[in-house]
Design a protein around this ligand. Structure first.
Ligand code: NI
Length: 136
């Protein structure tokens, strides 16, 4: 009996999307406002989902307090109120799109969550734009 449980967290961060191997004009065409050289911010909503069997003694799949603490200690402390391009080494050579941010967060959390749980990350960059990793 597998059940998915989710914890929602929040962070603000600045970024700039650009490909250094392209011209300024091409970066403008592809990335538009997200190419602003002086960066811009988003209010990100992060939903972390674990899939597993409920423990017979607690009825919990996972203790949400523990999951929240793990997200805070390993993700939010590095991402919240930061410039993703400048402050986070993962994005030194990786464009900080919502897609890439979700994958980076998934990799960080995968090291903290026992492999008996399936792990999924959903990241809202705006209310209308969001990504999920893995895709299924
Ligand atoms: Ni943006």
């Amino acid at each position: 009996m597998k059940i998915a449980v989710s914890r929602k967290e929040h962070f603000n961060a600045a970024h700039r999307l650009y490909n250094p191997s392209w011209s300024d004009e091409k970066n403008d065409v592809i990335f538009g406002k997200c190419n602003n050289p002086n960066y811009h911010g988003h209010n990100y909503e992060l939903i972390v989902t674990l899939v597993g069997e409920p423990d017979p003694e607690t009825g919990y799949v996972y203790d949400m307090k523990v999951l929240s603490e793990i997200i805070k200690a390993h993700v939010l402390v590095h991402f919240d109120h930061k410039n993703l391009n400048l402050d986070i080494p993962y994005f030194k050579n990786l464009n900080p799109t919502a897609e890439n941010i979700a994958v980076v967060i998934w990799r960080i959390l995968r090291q903290q969550i026992d492999n008996q749980y399936e792990l999924k990350v959903k990241l809202y960059e705006t209310e209308r734009n969001f990504v999920e990793y893995p895709a299924h």
